[in-house]
Write a protein that binds this ligand. Sequence first.
Ligand SMILES: Nc1ncnc2c1ncn2[C@@H]1O[C@H](COP(=O)(O)OP(=O)(O)OP(=O)(O)O)[C@@H](O)[C@H]1O
Length: 451
Amino acid sequence: MACAQTGSGKTAAFCFPIISGILKNQGVASGRWNRVAYPTALILSPTRELASQIHDEAKKFAYETGIKIAVVYGGAPIVQQCRKLQKGVDILVAAPGRLIDMVERGKISLKMVKYLALDEADRMLDMGFEPQIRKIVQQMGMPPPGSRQTLLFSATFPDEIQRLASDFLSNYIFLTVGRVGSSTDLIAQKVELVQDLDKRTHLIELLHTERANGISGKALTLVFVKTKKGADSLEHWLSKNGLPAIAIHGDKIQIERERALRSFKSGVTPILVATDVASRGLDIPHVAHVINFDLPQDIDGYVHRIGRTGRAGKSGMATAFFSEKNMALAKALAELMKESNQEVPSWLTEYAASPYYGGGSSQSKRHGGYGGSSFGGYDFRAENQYNSYTYTEPESFAVDSSSTYGGYATPANYNYATDHYDAANVEYDPYASGKNGDGFGHESVVGTGLE
Ligand SMILES: Nc1ncnc2c1ncn2[C@@H]1O[C@H](COP(=O)(O)OP(=O)(O)OP(=O)(O)O)[C@@H](O)[C@H]1O
């Protein structure tokens, strides 16, 4: 289970070990025609666009290795996808619906899967996708957790989802780079108090000012709204006001969705109005500004949305229109902004402090989820240990022998700065001799930055 901030390169982090594992252990599939495809690795994604992006990335990573990569998702011709599969596939990238369909039709067998990766894993295991994932992983012939490696990746991981995820894992390692659910401070975040009725005018002013200041150029702006209807309507409104915009949402047919994305990426339509269908995983160069015209319900949604900018070390900007409908988000938003070294407006601090909106509670409450917040921030198995986890040199993570982790002494010479990634090797035991030392038979590894 691995968490790192948006835009930090998680796709490569799960693709490379898979590619390496296949080359080392399984060997690549033959190019012979097969009626049924037997992928060695399965990568699942919540949206078609993300599946397509992962497929493209994985192809680059596997260049000249002979590894065969295919993608299946709904809304695209199934015949073409089948034809590709029949030529052999090592890594299959899929959106759940189409995958289930193809397994049921006998076109794909999951019997040989040795690597299962769930990108945006918390989304894949939330209420919407969980039944489908359960079906794929537990009822379609896939080898059990001990006989395959399972990789769950996301920038956010609420503890209730972590709990659920353990059903698909055995004795797993929890690895975080930075704090789970935090956003990168490469993104300059701004929150503005705007009444619902004024949002459109405010948006137009904001976009015109940007243009007047010459910010546009090649820069792209992504505007998030709550509903599909709202997306279409805002697209028309912006276009009518001389601001070229295009909408993407789940009610559009796949060709239209892809056309919208292409037009946005190429800069032909520099404003994309989107629902949450575009909130996760999409890596679009030149997105300079993310505007939350409507804020999402929970803070994790906000983290993913603003994460469409400020990627791969580049800086970005995020503006949120906050109205009274968003009060439940006040505390989590203020905390997140503070944590990412952003200036928090005083009115937001006041809302955040109001007990009426869940304010005034202790830090530890962040883990439990309240009023729209679902900060993870830790390995849910280690709640007690984290409470008593102390260290003396947070900069370098060099821990002296007085430090404790769940009441167990950390080895005197253990240096987190150099040793913590070694914990990914299951045989390596950083905390104590014998078992993991915390008595839980698992390991949690926390890194401090993108390194
Ligand atoms: N080592 C690297 N050096 C430079 N760029 C990199 C490196 N690793 C990844 N990238 C680039 O960083 C960008 C973001 O990567 P990626 O899409 O994998 O992020 P992510 O962590 O999955 O984000 P999200 O949480 O939004 O899905 C991509 O354009 C990718 O090519």
